[in-house]
Design a protein around this ligand. Structure first.
Ligand SMILES: Cc1cc2nc3c(=O)[nH]c(=O)nc-3n(C[C@H](O)[C@H](O)[C@H](O)COP(=O)(O)O)c2cc1C
Ligand code: SF4
Length: 413
């Protein structure tokens, strides 16, 4: 490591210190047990993350209510899970007590899976929908978020990420599309009530200056009426609401903002630029810079969508290969004030130890994510998720699925 390398400088997040500028992004992998507690594979994955040298690990989307799951084997955080989560945190912290561990709290709303959950909506989107949420039910969900945050605090997590991104309930409410006339829709004041009230309650009811609070947000979702669009029927980009949102979260105690974009069920390549068209990574940089420019210097900005850059072996055009990598852009963006930290999502599945290996200049040993998105094929089929390029178990799992689906197709024709 070069001594002045930005990626490996520590940074304060609230009252905690991250040893470096690399975070592992939330990555749900559908391997909890039937109660929503961490299963054997969950333990295996996070043990590797804690061994891998990243300063921050964000626990994947963990549901605040069992009825709101988008994945059958999703982790949950309800009173009944408290004991199991305490054991899990203790074991992870025994691997590396310095790693900051954040829990991403979520409710899936209209992308809850109707086969095993209850699909609810603030205003039905074509192709999604569900039962229209009443004000009373939404208030009950707000209670669930607060209860879950208290559990995260009690079990020893370092903080929470209140999920406001990627088309889950937190972002469904914020969208201009939510122009329904109710306490949580229409005006910007109404659409932000859910997020702001939860933040205000967390400040009062947890009231621990060492417990971090922040949110991952989708600055622009890229479809008509999505977050960061100019109106309920417009796909045009207008990120003024998203910038106002982060300033107001900061005013209500946000220690960090994790910047994302897109809604994977609708605009997947925007939230995770893929190997064929990696260019949206530049849009992410633009959003990170815009968010950073409106926040105080002490509020940490964490940028996402870096995996597609890998070691520069990507399809970005008009850049030199050695200036197209995660390492190059991570350092450059921190140096230029675009972001304070970078988060890796798919790269963490391909190789949890990227940070440690990079720091020790063992780059040749890193399994670089190819942004092939085969892992997503497992996720959308509700299977245990892992890297289908480097991890034999998941390579074989995907092969088996494709074989079976091929046979089915052949039978039908
Ligand atoms: C298998 C898989 C699971 C994911 N699970 C989550 C999740 O639980 N919460 C979340 O906010 N984003 C989730 N994401 C999105 C990533 O955290 C990240 O935002 C996205 O992949 C872009 O970053 P990357 O280019 O580093 O992969 C998931 C992505 C994948 C591929
Ligand atoms: S399957 Fe592996 S290499 Fe492909 S995108 Fe997922 S993590 Fe990256």
């Amino acid at each position: 490591m070069n001594k002045t390398e930005y990626l490996f400088q520590p940074i304060k997040i609230g009252n905690k210190v991250s040893e470096n500028r690399i975070a592992i992004n939330a990555m749900e992998c559908c391997d909890a047990d039937n109660e929503g507690n961490p299963g054997e594979k969950t333990y295996r994955r996070y043990s590797k993350h804690f061994e891998g040298g990243s300063g921050v690990v964000v626990l994947e989307a963990i549901t605040v209510g069992y009825e709101s799951r988008s994945r059958k084997m999703q982790l949950s955080i309800m009173p009944r899970n408290e004991k199991a989560l305490a054991k899990f945190v203790k074991e992870m912290k025994s691997i590396n007590p310095k790693t900051i561990f954040l829990f991403q709290l979520t409710h899936s709303g209209e992308i809850s899976h109707p086969d095993f959950s209850k699909r609810v909506t603030v205003k039905p989107l074509p192709g999604f929908g569900g039962e229209l949420l009443s004000e009373e039910t939404l208030e009950k969900i707000m209670d669930d978020f607060v209860t879950s945050a208290k559990i995260a605090h009690a079990v020893g997590a370092d903080g929470i990420d209140m999920k406001l991104c990627h088309g889950y309930l937190g972002s469904q409410i914020l969208r201009p599309y939510n122009d329904r006339k109710w306490k949580f829709g229409g005006s910007w004041e109404n659409r932000t009530r859910f997020a702001y009230t939860i933040y205000e309650r967390l400040q009062k009811e947890i009231n621990d200056p060492n417990f971090l609070i922040g949110s991952k947000i989708s600055v622009w979702e890229g479809f008509p009426g999505g977050c960061g669009s100019a109106g309920p029927d417009s796909a045009l980009m207008d990120i003024s609401e998203s910038l106002d949102l982060v300033k107001n979260l900061e005013a209500r105690g946000a220690d960090y903002i994790l910047v994302s974009a897109g809604c994977p069920s609708i605009t997947l390549a925007l939230s995770q630029p893929d190997k064929k068209i990696p260019d949206d990574v530049y849009l992410h940089f633009t959003f990170q810079k815009a968010v950073k420019s409106v926040l105080k210097p002490e509020t940490v900005v964490i940028g996402s969508a870096y995996s597609v850059l890998n070691n520069g072996n990507n399809n970005l055009q008009a850049v030199k290969k050695e200036e197209a990598s995660i390492r190059f852009w991570g350092n450059k963006n921190i140096k230029d004030g675009v972001t304070d930290m970078i988060a890796i999502g798919r790269q963490s599945l391909a190789d949890s130890s990227m940070a440690a290996k990079m720091k020790e200049n063992r780059e040749a040993e890193i399994n670089w994510c190819t942004a092939c998105d085969q892992c997503i094929e497992l996720l959308i089929r509700q299977k245990n998720v892992g890297c289908c390029t480097y991890d034999k178990e998941y390579v074989e799992a995907l092969r088996k699925i494709r074989r079976e689906e091929g046979l089915l197709k052949a039978k039908r024709t």
